[in-house]
Design a protein around this ligand. Structure first.
Ligand SMILES: Cc1ncc(C[n+]2csc(CCOP(=O)(O)OP(=O)(O)O)c2C)c(N)n1
Ligand SMILES: [Mg+2]
Length: 368
């Protein structure tokens, strides 16, 4: 049963130097998390470039600037057990959750070797093994799905938590309010993370939200404590999510507002020059999450160490582009595959020996 909730505004971030002994993971793990942010950044810079070179088309929303949110929060999960749902701004989440740079790039290039076999594209990454449930294009559309996963987890009693990212524009959707009502009422194991980058396309939260301090909106209304987090600080994101996940596993859903910023436009078709100033972008760039981690641990992230990592990542991204270019486009017959779990009888498809069976027995046991 959910406990009485209080909303809090937290700010434990430190800008200056930090000590390795003051953080909750090893030096190796810290380096791994830094690498995830750097790979995300360099990968996406190349995505933008490849898009402009017309190597691929369609929707493409870059995450540049927001890396600390995905990296710090996913680090607090039990990968493979907990569920992750996110929006269309999903390339970096995919890279962290076990989809290789090659498979992400090939998917963007709409190639058969992509993680969704070239049929999903930029907004639809998915990885069953790590319980990454996408990549969803409808604003607020996945909040009920994530809430359903949390409900299933509670019903089965398997201890999994669902992490549900969304943009600031999603909090004004009906689906958001319906989902939070149920999560708060039933004490579901879910953490909602709003990546508040201050804009939904070109509309600021000030212009679209009756209460733009989003963390204040869920405590009294839904019995879900809201906490505000510096989304430009990977360590602060980690700590806030770790605490929230612990609460959620104990039946107390949590809402985290992560303050962050996208350096690029909403999508590749948005130059982002009409609704914000250069000065504003500059101010946020000063808070860059990658530079911040370097400043926090200068003896770990030395110039030569970062240079070597940059080289390695540059190669990894270049290899992903080559792989995507060299891969084949889907065949017309591929339209029949990946539609249902099992679909014998569809043209061009053999009956699968991997039939899906509804787990009636498991459900009956769970009810006992
Ligand atoms: C229900 C719905 N309405 C409108 C759109 C078009 N749309 C796509 S992204 C977007 C803005 C969302 O902004 P936000 O939630 O803040 O996320 P961000 O893009 O900033 O990450 C809109 C209106 C949509 N995809 N779905
Ligand atoms: Mg936004």
């Amino acid at each position: 049963m959910a406990t009485k909730s209080n909303s809090t505004k937290t700010s434990s971030s430190k800008k200056g130097k930090m000590n390795l002994k003051d953080i909750p993971f090893s030096k190796e793990r810290l380096i791994e998390l830094f690498r995830q942010m750097l790979l995300g950044r360099r990968f996406e810079e190349k995505c933008g470039q490849q898009y402009q070179m017309k190597k691929f088309s369609g929707f493409c929303h870059l995450y540049i600037g927001q890396e600390a949110v995905a990296v710090g929060s996913i680090a607090a999960l039990e990968i493979g057990k907990d569920y992750v749902f996110t929006t269309y701004r999903d390339h970096v989440h995919a890279l962290i959750l076990g989809i290789s740079a090659k498979e992400v790039m090939a998917e963007l290039f709409m190639k058969r070797t992509g993680s969704s076999h070239g049929k999903g594209g930029s907004m639809h990454f998915y990885n069953g093994k790590t319980r990454f449930m996408g990549g969803n294009g409808i604003v607020g559309g996945h909040t009920p799905l994530a809430t359903g996963a949390a409900f299933a987890s509670k019903y089965r009693g398997d201890g999994a938590v669902a992490l549900c990212y969304m943009g600031d524009a999603a909090v004004n959707q009906g689906t958001f309010h319906e989902s939070l009502n149920m999560a708060g009422l039933w004490g579901l194991p879910i953490v909602y993370i709003v990546e508040n980058n201050i804009y939904g396309m070109g509309t600021s939260t000030e212009r679209s939200c009756a209460q733009p301090e989003l963390w204040k909106r869920t405590g009294d209304a839904y019995n879900i404590p809201g906490r505000q987090v510096n989304g430009m600080d990977m360590l602060e994101v980690y700590e806030a999510t770790r605490q929230a996940v612990e609460d959620a596993r104990n039946g107390q859903p949590v809402f985290l507002e992560m303050l962050c910023y996208r350096y690029r436009g909403h999508s590749m078709s948005d130059p982002a020059t009409t609704y914000r100033t250069k000065d504003e972008v500059g101010q946020w760039r000063m808070k860059d999450p990658i530079e911040r981690l370097k400043e926090q641990f200068p003896t770990v992230f030395t110039e030569s160490m970062v240079k070597d990592m940059e080289e390695e990542i540059k190669q990894e991204v270049a290899d992903s582009i080559k792989f995507a270019e060299d891969s084949e486009l889907p065949e017309l017959s591929d339209i029949w595959t990946d539609v249902c779990v099992d679909y014998p009888g569809y043209p061009g498809r053999e009956a699968s020996d991997n039939k899906y069976e509804f787990p009636y027995e498991q459900l009956e046991n769970a009810k006992k």
